[in-house]
Structure formats: structure tokens, C-alpha cells
Design a binder for this molecule. Structure first.
Ligand code: GLU
Length: 257
């Protein structure tokens, strides 16, 4: 069994939030408890979390995401604050320090900016804190965004030299065809050649239900180039993280060799 030393866990908006955008407290608490416990096993943890805009829209009592960029930036500013206060509370309950790192692509594209970011991660991990990362949506405009946290989480995994990237999402993994259309669709347990599965993801992406697989596969590709395996698994019950680190066959593994 592989002994992990440092993992990056990414959780998407549909897993962090209820359908109305309000934070799913039961799930976030369960996630924080599992991550704090994993830290107690001497495994460093970095969390990449989405949900700022969704939580902000809900907190502003709006029915839909604002159409304007500045409106979405304001929603993210409000939501990110709320989201961090929830993480901070739950992590403290389980005896864990956490710290927020908000990134945009222009920062990490800059040589000095990238060095600073890596140094911050390293300092936080040295003091046994859990870095909590999101895109800095409240200042992000099209030219400087990663655009999705899957890609961002793979970049973070590379920066912190993680030995596993876990993408928690609203499906059990990658299927060989769209499970919402094909009842015989089977989960792909191990992906050795990412090129071979790209076409499956593009099909499933266009048919709602397994949406977001393309960015996850892209993330797995970035991680693989850095020598880091990726697992895509369901975030419905964050206790699944225990099974993953124990090496059980969960979700879809993108192996590095
Ligand atoms: N950064 C966005 C948010 O926190 C989410 C981006 C994504 O879901 O990939 O709302």
C-alpha cells in the first residue's frame, strides 16, 4: 500500500453547496473532520475549494448568478468570506489551523509570483496548517483566470509536490459512456493513457450529468506531467477519503505509469 505524505483535495461547488447555493454544512463538516484526521496521520493536506460565487449569490438572496463581471466579483467577495469562516470554524473544532490562499493565473505565470506562492504553501505546511485555495474570483477577469479549480488544483499539486491529487465531484468517477444516457455505462477504474479517454469526456461533457470531466482530465494530465497520480471520486460522503488513502479501488485513478 502506498503511504501518502502530502495530498491535494479539490471539492467542487455542487459538492460544497446545496442546490440553492447555501453551504452544505453537514458535508463541509464531514470533509473538515476527515481532512483533520488525515492530518493527524501525518499526511499534509491542501484543500482547493470552489463555492465562493454560489455561496455569495445565496447570501445576497439572489436567485441567479449576476450577469455582469463586477456582480460576480462582488458575489465571490461575499461568498469567499462566508466560506472561509465556515472552514475556519470546523477546522478549529478538529484542532486544525487553516489559511487562505487566493490565486489568479497572472500571479503564478510570473516567475517571482510563483516563487512567493510556493514559499507561502511551504511555510503553511511547515506549521502544520491546511492551506485552503480558491481562484481570486473577486479580482479575476477573463485575461487572468484559470477559470476552473480543477486546473488550479493540479497546478497547486505541482507547487506543493503532492503525491496524490483527489478531485471530489458529483459523479463516482469517469464512465466509459454517459451514465445518464446509457444504463450499461461502466466506471473506468484506471486510466493509463489520458489521450484514449479524452473522447469519452468530450461526449459526456456535452450531455449534462457528467459535465466538468474535460477540465478534470486536463487537470489529471497536468498532474501526470508532474509525476502525480489523480483520483476522481464522489464527494457526496467525504469519508471516502479514508478509503482512498488506504489504497482501496475508489473512483477513477489516473496513474502516472
Ligand atoms: N472559483 C469558483 C468559485 O469559488 C469556482 C470555479 C470552479 O468551480 O471550478 O465559485
Amino acid at each position: 500500500m502506498k503511504e501518502y505524505k502530502r495530498i491535494v483535495v479539490k471539492i467542487g461547488t455542487s459538492t460544497v453547496c446545496h442546490k440553492n447555493g447555501a453551504p452544505n454544512l453537514r458535508r463541509i463538516e464531514s470533509l473538515c473532520r476527515a481532512l483533520a484526521d488525515i492530518k493527524n496521520m501525518n499526511i499534509d493536506v491542501v484543500l482547493v475549494t470552489s463555492g465562493a460565487i454560489g455561496v455569495g449569490v445565496n447570501k445576497m438572496q439572489k436567485k441567479e448568478r449576476p450577469k455582469s463581471i463586477s456582480g460576480r466579483q462582488a458575489a465571490a467577495a461575499i461568498g469567499q468570506c462566508e466560506l472561509m469562516s465556515i472552514y475556519d470554524k470546523f477546522f478549529l473544532d478538529y484542532g486544525c489551523l487553516c489559511g487562505q490562499i487566493l490565486l489568479t493565473k497572472n500571479i503564478t505565470d510570473d516567475i517571482q509570483g510563483k516563487k512567493n506562492v510556493i514559499a507561502t504553501f511551504s511555510a503553511l505546511l511547515k506549521m502544520h496548517a491546511i492551506p485552503i485555495v480558491n481562484e481570486n474570483d473577486s479580482v479575476a477577469t477573463e485575461e487572468i483566470v484559470y477559470g476552473d479549480n480543477d486546473t488550479l488544483s493540479a497546478v497547486v499539486a505541482e507547487y506543493v509536490d503532492a503525491d496524490l491529487l483527489i478531485l471530489l465531484t458529483d459523479t463516482d468517477g469517469l464512465y466509459d459512456s454517459d451514465p445518464t444516457k446509457n444504463p450499461k455505462a461502466k466506471i473506468v477504474r484506471t486510466v493509463k493513457s489520458i489521450d484514449k479517454v479524452k473522447s469519452i469526456a468530450s461526449e459526456s461533457h456535452s450531455n449534462q450529468g457528467t459535465g466538468g470531466m474535460i477540465t478534470k482530465i486536463k487537470a489529471a494530465e497536468i498532474a501526470k506531467e508532474a509525476g502525480i497520480p489523480t483520483i476522481i471520486a464522489s464527494g457526496k460522503d467525504p469519508q471516502i477519503l479514508y478509503d482512498i488513502i488506504e489504497g482501496k479501488k475508489i473512483g477513477t485513478l489516473f496513474s502516472v505509469n
